[in-house]
Design a protein around this ligand. Sequence first.
Ligand code: MN
Length: 188
Amino acid sequence: MNAETIPLNLREIRTQAGLSLAKAADVTGVSKAMLGQIERGESSPTIATLWKIAKGFHLPLTALLDEARQDAGMQNGVYKTVQFPGSIAVKIVFPFDPQLGAETFHVSLKPDQCHQSQPHDTGVTEEVFVLEGPLEVLRDGDWVTLMAGQGVRFAADQPHGYRAGAGGAAFLNMHHYRPRMQRAVDGL
Ligand code: MN
């Protein structure tokens, strides 16, 4: 991913929403200083911060990660992996489709890595399909173990998480958003 992708996407989303940095801080819970640093490319946001921003704007994660927003010539299938330092690696497989209200990511975890996620926006459902396992998934307050080829669907508007075994893990991660969010995206 181009280093400019997230800064440009955030600035575009915020200005099109007509929000000052201070107002954007109010709706996302991310400080005005941090939002400004991200927009200026002075700070690389964590995946948790990106999710807070997406939730605050009622947007899919794709809206922040999608290089195509800033590069009209880009075609599906050439997205690059975003390795969040000390955290998971995320790559867009299918960017957000407003008709379907869905987006798909490829997520990989290093050996024994655990990633916990805060609740996403109301009504977001996730599906996890394991490519390389085993993978433990925290959903509905319990950890379940999935082998390669197995999947699980759960409500992601509550705390959830993913934990790899000694060999690391990789999975497809589908997000399904409710119609309110689709309208927000159509308005962009
Ligand atoms: Mn999640």
